[in-house]
Ligand binder design. Structure first.
Ligand code: HAS
Length: 562
């Protein structure tokens, strides 16, 4: 059967050899991502030990400077570069077996811009000229170079998106009337979400922060800048999550010797994320002035709807696992659990991430509940929430991906030794995250603020309730740093030293369980979904934003708080 006539939902052979140019491109993205992971983890260790009273930082290092380095290197750089590399790999594999030169040109220009932005941004943080945390809230003002650096990263990532779009559009021209391969479809959806979301932060950076930091305007409208940031900031979390979901939906079924539960359900899930993840940014600003209660309420309602695709994912995952186990002869109600490949790090690491997503997601629903948000907002509860979701569910999945993607790209073997070290490393990370996030949730409920260096608040009695939890969180940061070192050491081994493979490496892509049901083509009509998203964004944002522009607050001059 020729490629064009093949049902796109059929699995391609699980072994796959990347073209050299694609391999170099993807490895370049992963390499920078891993460097950022190291920098961010080192900053995390120091800041974690300082905050919990274990160490005093050597001058001139400051707590908030480290916190900025930690957030920027991990939440913005590690994630973006890793995600783009992973999406390129699956797009190449599932579309034409490779990227084309024009896709690679976009991809490389984007990569150079993102790396330039990363280097400039990290230098400004190192020189202590940009201690504004990863949210770079005005009126704290960084050097203009920091904002320029962030703009470079954002625009660079748009070009990565352009590379995926051109590859996908070419495939669709050549396969008219066919449903596109699931991985590529989900990559396109992820990039559409990302580009629509980053428009907000791009407007904030270009029209507000850069002119203000250059001194061209004296004051900044803080409320407007925050609204634009959170228009971007919430879908940002789904830009982190969706690639993990791609792995859960598309790759894991093959790893566990099962089949994809459905081809349509994950597509619908991703469409729902595009629709509902963007018009919800106000749930980060429920306690801020300048936004009417009605608009906050509307966005809280939409936030509750964005929970639905995650619940659909939970259902699909349980179904996939159970069906895989039963197909392998499992009996009884829970016999299928024993059939899952617990000793395979490609499954085990992301599975731990899924487990952590259950309390992490539940915490998100608490955050989004208008009244409960008053209790948890700006406390360590929120820090605990995003270390359960992003740093556990997503990052454990990225570990699981790395353990097979790096050797697949270098044509080396994931040896049993490396696999077992990976399992140990994942446990270390999981336990470290539990030791850190559970106390964070507890002290958050007891009122401990987030974004604060070590302080006993003049020995306030309230602090007495928090004190027992600090050593646990400090020890957790050591667990997490050790786990990072173990991970990076294993990646180095898989990149350069593991035994070479004679044949092509495995790239797991799950087969559809049931190809008799045709996937509805409407799911592939992007202009329709983008238009509905635009309408939802207008409904949720147009009036409050116009109101902020027409009735501007007095504005704030720059403040250097460090
Ligand atoms: Fe969040 C704050 C609401 C999900 C990240 N969130 C943050 C911040 C970050 C973040 C970084 O409404 C802080 C930003 C800052 O610096 O200020 N969040 C939600 C809601 C969800 C949610 C409703 N967040 C995430 C994800 C993140 C993330 C995902 C990163 C990847 N979040 C909020 C709100 C705030 C917030 C407020 C503002 C708080 C404030 O006041 O500042 C939902 O999407 C969550 C839905 C998820 C579920 C879980 C489904 C479970 C699954 C696992 C199945 C498991 C299996 C394993 C199959 C309902 C899919 C089998 C297991 C066995 C045991 C056998």
């Amino acid at each position: 059967m020729n490629e064009a006539a093949m049902d796109p939902r059929e699995a391609r052979p699980s072994s796959f050899a990347f073209e050299r140019s694609d391999r170099v491109l993807i490895l370049a993205h992963l390499g920078v991502a891993y460097l950022a992971l190291f920098i961010g983890a080192a900053a995390g260790l120091l800041q974690g030990l300082q905050r919990t009273g274990f160490i005093k930082l050597p001058t001139p290092l400051g707590y908030y400077q480290l916190l900025t380095a930690h957030g920027v290197a991990l939440a913005l750089i590690f994630t973006t570069l890793f995600i783009v590399g992973f999406l390129f790999s699956g797009t190449a594999k599932t579309l034409d077996g490779r990227l084309y030169p024009v896709d690679r040109v976009w991809a490389w220009i984007g990569f150079v811009m993102m790396v330039a932005g990363t280097v400039i941004g990290l230098i400004t943080i190192l020189t202590n000229d940009a201690t504004v945390l990863y949210t770079f809230y005005a009126p704290m003002k960084a050097t203009p170079w920091f904002y320029i650096a962030m703009a470079l990263v954002v625009v660079g990532s748009w070009l990565s998106g352009a590379a995926i779009f051109t590859a996908y559009a070419r495939w669709r021209r050549r396969h008219r009337g066919q449903v596109s391969p699931l991985f590529a479809y989900m990559s396109v959806a992820t990039m559409i979400l990302w580009i629509i979301a980053t428009l907000g932060v791009a407007i904030e950076i270009i029209f507000q922060l850069i002119p203000w930091s250059l001194g061209w305007v004296s004051h900044i409208d803080v409320g407007l800048s925050r609204a634009l940031f959170w228009y971007f900031g919430h879908p940002l979390v789904y830009f982190w999550l969706l690639p993990a979901y791609i792995y859960w939906y598309v790759n894991i079924p093959q790893v566990i010797k099962g089949k994809l539960f459905s081809d349509s359900l994950p597509r619908l899930t991703f469409i729902l994320f595009i629709l509902y993840s963007i018009p919800v940014g106000f749930h980060h600003q429920l306690n801020e002035p300048g936004i009417g209660a009605g608009w906050k309420f509307l966005q809280v309602v939409l936030t509750m709807t964005v929970v639905v695709p995650s619940l659909m994912t939970a259902f699909a995952m349980f179904a996939t696992f159970e069906m895989a186990g039963r197909a392998q002869g499992a009996t009884g109600r829970f016999g299928w659990i024993r059939k899952l490949p617990w000793k395979d790090v490609r499954f085990f690491a992301p599975f731990l991430g899924m487990v952590m997503f259950i309390p992490g997601g539940a915490g998100g629903i608490v955050n989004a509940s208008y009244q409960m948000n008053q209790i948890v907002h700006n406390t360590l509860w929120v820090t605990g929430h995003f270390h359960m979701t992003l740093s556990s569910s997503v990052v454990l999945t990225f570990f699981g991906i790395s353990y097979w993607l790096v050797p697949a790209l270098t044509n080396r073997k994931l040896t049993w030794k490396a696999n077992n070290i990976g399992i140990l490393q994942s446990w270390l990370w999981f336990v470290g995250m539990l030791l850190m996030t559970v106390p964070m949730h507890i002290v958050g409920l007891l009122g401990e603020p987030r974004r604060t260096a070590f302080t006993t608040y003049n020995d306030s009695p309230a602090v007495q309730a928090w004190l027992p939890y600090w050593p646990v969180m400090g020890i957790a940061s050591i667990f997490l740093f050790l786990s990072t070192l173990l991970f990076l050491g294993t990646v180095i081994y898989l990149w350069w030293f593991a035994p070479r493979l004679e044949t092509a490496a495995e790239y797991p892509i799950g087969e559809a369980r049931d190809t008799s049901h045709k996937t509805p083509m409407i799911l592939e009509r992007w202009p329709l979904w983008i238009s509905i998203t635009a309408a939802l964004v207008l409904i949720a944002y147009a009036v409050p934003i116009v109101d902020m522009i027409q009735n501007p607050a007095p504005g704030s001059p720059p403040i250097r708080s460090w």
